[in-house]
Structures are given as structure tokens and as C-alpha cells.
Design a protein around this ligand. Structure first.
Ligand SMILES: Cc1cc2nc3c(=O)[nH]c(=O)nc-3n(C[C@H](O)[C@H](O)[C@H](O)COP(=O)(O)OP(=O)(O)OC[C@H]3O[C@@H](n4cnc5c(N)ncnc54)[C@H](O)[C@@H]3O)c2cc1C
Length: 374
């Protein structure tokens, strides 16, 4: 019997997207969120949707990222029309720019591997890349261009998905889940501050905090927080159009001229802070990519935690506890992977064949007792 009553732990982009899919299939979904829906990692992201830069080699992870990118335009249409919230989706492509000879050699080798795997990539020379982005550093030697990639505003997306899921019937409740209730090897609900909420299935989507929920059933180190800091500078008129990576980080231009400069990858536990060193790093990245950013005012800064798995790939599907499903460990690509995660986890919960093979992303790959990787 497919479940009729599902509890989702956490209302980040994963929990809200899975709730949307399940609610639209007629399932009674309750999402428990201990703070504000979407307020953690999902609001801190740059909103880059880039399999080309983030999933370096052809393989199951690259395929998962591309399957999610392929779903994005329809996902955005759906949540925008159901919520009335515009999410700023722009399909202008992603550039990875070489600012020195060593990075240029590295990019050339990667372009060959991607092309051999029949994955879409265009190699641009110096003149071509400057035609696309005149604000780029004069040091730019050339770039890889991933033409079909996109970016969006993740805060708006989180809000849109939350509103769309609520309108589809998902119930969002404020509450901190303490443990997954398990009976006879099966998840039967969750325990939170005001008691037990019974369910036919539970989806753990608590991001970096997933291992703090008792009864999570994952091996030690399966998910850990990796802090990322971000600074936003304001350019008027807009200096850049598309997402641009260098070897050290990236910039994400918004259409109004703001440019996000990111990010750091820091192993500092749950210490949420914007630091002098972090800010220096992300601003250096921005100025290295587009030197004119040095004159732009800094208008916002923040930090939050990527839910990092040991191999940087998400943890998806059912584990050893029946009825307990995972939508966590999305590390650097949780915004990109939200649409495919929602479709795949909803299918798994409903006992249907997921649209992508979840085998490579099963918690079993992490093995009991394997510690975190760098
Ligand atoms: C600086 C930075 C830049 C990034 N840039 C990008 C990018 O450009 N593109 C991209 O694809 N990804 C990016 N990411 C990664 C992306 O943000 C994450 O992978 C994604 O947001 C994870 O979503 P989530 O729903 O799993 O986690 P979260 O958004 O953290 O949501 C988890 C939720 O669970 C709640 N919760 C936790 N424990 C409990 C509990 N016990 N009970 C109830 N609720 C609980 C939390 O309050 C939180 O709201 C970036 C991340 C950072 C930090």
C-alpha cells in the first residue's frame, strides 16, 4: 500500500520540493521545520545551476545534475504560476574562465574529457569570451562555456516552492524533530517537542543537521556542515551578465547589477560567522574575475552550511530502516538538484520506479563507520 500520510523533516529546498510533489499526488504531507522555511543553506546559495563546472567528470553524478537541469524550466514555470513568486531564472550559460596558463591547460584537458563523454561544452578563445563579458579581467586567456546552464534567486525559489506546496495541501508546522520513531525496523513517525506525529513514511531533509536527529540511520560522517561565506557588491549599470567561475571561486550577477561573490569551503562545525579572512577571499575572487568590482560598494554578506557528504554527492532514497527516506547531503548543488530530488524521492516514497537510478546515491555507498573525507 503506498503511504497516505508522510512526515518531512526540514523545510529547506529539499523538504519543501519533496512535499510539493507528494501533496500534488494526494498524499497528506506534514513538514516539520524548527525555524523558518528556507532560512538556512537554501537561502545562502548563489543559485548557480551548473553541472558543467560542478560535476567535473562524466558519470552518474553528472547525469543526475543534468537530469535536474533539464527539469528546471518546467519546475520554475510550475512554482511561479502556483505561487505568484518570480524566482529570477535566467538561462544565459556558465563560464569557467582561465586567468593563467596552468588553469588554461586544465580547462583544455577537461573540455576533451567532456567532449569524449558527449557532454555539451564550448571552448572560447580570449576574444570570444570578452565579447560575451566585456567586464572580465584583461588576464582572461579563454574559457569553457556551458551554454544551456542557468542561475536563479534561491531565496525567491524557496519562497515559491513553500507557497506552491502549501497551496497543494502540504502542512508546514513549526517544530524541532528529536528522533525518528521506529517500530519493528520501520519508521512510524517522528517525536518532537509536543509529542509524536505518526506517519506511514518519513523523509529526512534536515540538511547539515541530519545526523542530529536521533534514529537517522546514517553512518557517522555521512553529512557534515561545510561553511560558505558570500559577499554581494552593487554595480550600476550592471557590469556582468552570466555566472563566471575562476579557479578560486565564482561571481553570480543578478539582473539589477548586484553581484554575489563566493565562496569559502570551511570545516568549522556549526559556527555561523562572516569572517575577515572569508570576506577577503570572496572579494579577491570577485576582483580577480572582474577588476572593476573593486570600486563597487559591498551591500550584503552572509554565511551558512552546505550539507556535505563524504563524496560531495547527495544521499537519496531508502536506507536500512523501511519507510525512512533520505533527501540530504546535497553539498554544493542542492539548488541545482532540487527538481530531480523531488521527483525521485516522491516516486520512491510512493513505491514507484524513480525517474533516475538512485543506486549510486544510496546511503549504503557510505558504509557504516566511514569518516568524513576532506
Ligand atoms: C554559500 C553557499 C553557496 C551555495 N551555492 C549554491 C549554488 O550556487 N547552487 C546550488 O545548487 N547549491 C548551492 N549551495 C548548496 C545548497 O545551498 C544546499 O545544498 C541546499 O540548500 C541544501 O538544501 P537542504 O534543504 O538540504 O538544506 P537546508 O536549506 O539547510 O534546509 C534544512 C532545513 O532543515 C531544518 N532542520 C534541521 N534540523 C531539524 C529538525 N531536527 N527538526 C526540524 N527541522 C530541522 C533546518 O532549520 C533547515 O531549514 C550553496 C550553499 C552555500 C552555503
Amino acid at each position: 500500500m503506498p503511504p497516505v500520510n508522510v512526515v518531512v523533516v526540514g523545510a529547506g529546498i529539499q523538504g519543501s520540493s519533496v512535499a510539493l510533489r507528494l501533496a500534488r499526488r494526494g498524499v497528506a504531507v506534514t513538514v516539520l521545520e524548527r525555524a523558518v522555511p528556507g532560512a538556512e543553506a537554501s537561502s545562502a546559495a548563489g543559485g548557480i545551476l551548473s553541472p558543467g563546472v560542478e560535476a567535473l567528470e562524466p558519470g552518474p553524478f553528472h547525469a543526475l545534475c543534468r537530469a535536474s537541469l533539464a527539469r528546471y524550466a518546467a519546475f520554475v514555470r510550475e512554482v511561479e504560476s502556483e505561487s505568484g513568486v518570480h524566482v529570477g531564472y535566467r538561462r544565459l550559460g556558465t563560464l569557467e574562465v582561465a586567468l593563467d596558463d596552468e588553469h588554461a591547460r586544465l580547462l583544455a584537458a577537461r573540455a576533451e574529457r567532456l567532449a569524449a563523454g558527449r557532454l555539451p561544452v564550448e571552448v572560447l578563445d580570449e576574444a570570444a569570451v570578452r565579447r560575451l563579458e566585456p567586464g572580465l579581467s584583461p588576464a582572461a586567456r579563454g574559457a569553457l562555456f556551458f551554454e544551456d546552464e542557468a542561475s536563479l534567486d534561491p531565496r525567491a525559489l524557496g519562497r515559491a516552492v513553500y507557497v506552491a506546496a502549501s497551496r497543494a495541501g502540504a502542512r508546514f508546522v513549526r517544530g524541532e524533530v528529536r528522533r525518528i520513531a521506529i517500530d519493528g525496523g520501520r519508521a512510524v513517525g517522528v517525536d518532537h517537542a509536543s509529542g509524536r506525529l505518526e506517519a506511514d513514511a518519513v523523509v529526512l531533509a534536515a540538511g547539515s543537521w541530519s545526523l542530529l536527529v536521533e534514529g537517522h540511520g546514517l553512518p557517522p560522517g555521512a553529512v557534515r556542515p561545510v561553511r560558505g561565506q558570500m559577499a554581494v557588491v552593487d554595480t550600476r549599470p550592471p557590469l556582468l551578465s552570466r555566472v563566471i567561475f575562476s579557479a578560486n571561486g565564482y561571481v553570480v550577477p543578478r539582473p539589477d547589477g548586484r553581484v554575489l561573490c563566493g565562496s569559502t569551503m570551511e570545516e568549522v562545525g556549526f559556527e555561523k560567522a562572516v569572517t575577515a579572512g572569508g570576506l577577503r577571499h570572496v572579494l579577491d575572487v570577485g576582483i580577480e574575475i572582474a577588476p572593476a568590482l573593486a570600486a563597487a560598494p559591498v551591500v550584503e554578506t552572509w554565511s551558512n552550511f552546505r550539507p556535505a557528504s563524504p563524496d560531495g554527492e547527495p544521499i537519496l532514497g531508502e536506507g536500512t530502516v523501511r519507510g525512512l527516506f533520505y533527501a540530504t547531503g546535497h553539498t554544493r548543488n542542492g539548488i541545482l538538484l532540487a527538481p530531480v530530488t523531488a521527483d525521485a524521492i516522491a516516486a520512491a516514497v510512493l513505491g514507484e520506479a524513480p525517474p533516475v537510478d538512485l543506486g549510486p546515491f544510496s546511503p549504503a555507498r557510505l558504509g557504516a563507520g566511514r569518516g568524513p573525507a576532506a
